[in-house]
Design a protein around this ligand. Sequence first.
Ligand SMILES: [Zn+2]
Length: 123
Amino acid sequence: MHEFSLALGLVERLKELAQKHKAKQIDKVYIKWGKLSGVVIDSFIFSFNLIKEEYPILKNCEIVVNEEPITYKCLNCNFVFEKEDFKFPKCPKCDSIQVKQIKGDAFLIEKVEMEVDDENKKR
Ligand SMILES: [Zn+2]
């Protein structure tokens, strides 16, 4: 249950943030995620939704996933291209298989939206 502990980690992080900004509620968390991160995003969201029930400030919190496409750079001609999967990547420009994966393994918090007491502003 790798995803469950990651979700617990996120909850901890959000609690810290809420405390720091004196937020009464966290509305949305934007997660940047790539297929190569090794995180099963559906399990992660499922776990998070289970855990958040325990915390009033997170009860209505929604996870928004921004997928980072798997991106390669050709070492032969420097062409940068995206691919749906990671099976036998090949440069579409020069057909070289000498390519380097440069994106697609992200797993991080991009942005958090919360309701802050007094000023009524969102962050
Ligand atoms: Zn190339």
